[in-house]
Design a protein around this ligand. Structure first.
Ligand SMILES: [Zn+2]
Length: 178
């Protein structure tokens, strides 16, 4: 779902028109991002402004979303609000990188239209932590929880009263068959 957004963009043509695009993308649409999350539910809101300044084509604006990251300690969800400022400068070749204004990231554009969702996805992937963890000590909570689970299953084993192989052996001994 790309709601009110073009699928492909020509950033130079949009900058010449000083276009403003805004809309929504479902998180499930961004496969690389969705795979790294706890859930692919949710929506990303986009507002991008294309402009030209000192013969440079620029994209500014914001991307926001409420994502659920997967904690790398306990694998549970971490609610992660994304509110990032987009500051991209369109470069036709990486050789022009020295023309990049301060605070701007390069967006390589060699004439072929770019999939908008890839651009949005890259921006978000750069913004979210690569190894997300809960702020609280979820790992020791997890250990406690597991330990509690284990002792429970141990006691249920005891209730089943499996025959002890040694007691069988001692019976045999007592009956003089060994
Ligand atoms: Zn955690």
């Amino acid at each position: 779902m790309l709601d009110r957004l073009p699928e492909y963009i020509d950033p130079v043509a949009l900058a010449e028109k000083r276009a403003l695009i805004s809309g929504r993308i479902a998180v499930s649409n961004l496969q690389r991002l969705a795979e790294s999350l706890y859930t692919d539910e949710g929506t990303i809101f986009i507002e991008l402004e294309f402009g030209k300044e000192d013969s440079l084509f620029k994209i500014t604006g914001k991307i926001s979303a409420d994502l659920k990251l997967k904690c790398q300690n306990c694998l549970d969800a971490i609610v992660w609000p994304v509110e990032l400022a987009v500051k991209l400068c369109v470069l036709s070749s990486i050789d022009l990188a020295d023309k990049l204004p301060e605070d701007f990231e390069p967006l390589l554009f060699e004439g072929e239209k770019l999939p908008l969702k890839n651009l949005v996805e890259d921006e978000i992937l750069l913004d979210i932590p690569g190894f997300p963890k809960h702020e609280h000590d979820c790992f020791s909570l997890l250990l406690k929880h597991n330990a509690a689970g284990k002792s429970e299953s141990a006691s249920s084993d005891a209730k089943q009263a499996k025959p002890n192989p040694f007691s069988v052996l001692s019976k045999l001994k007592n009956s003089g068959e060994l």
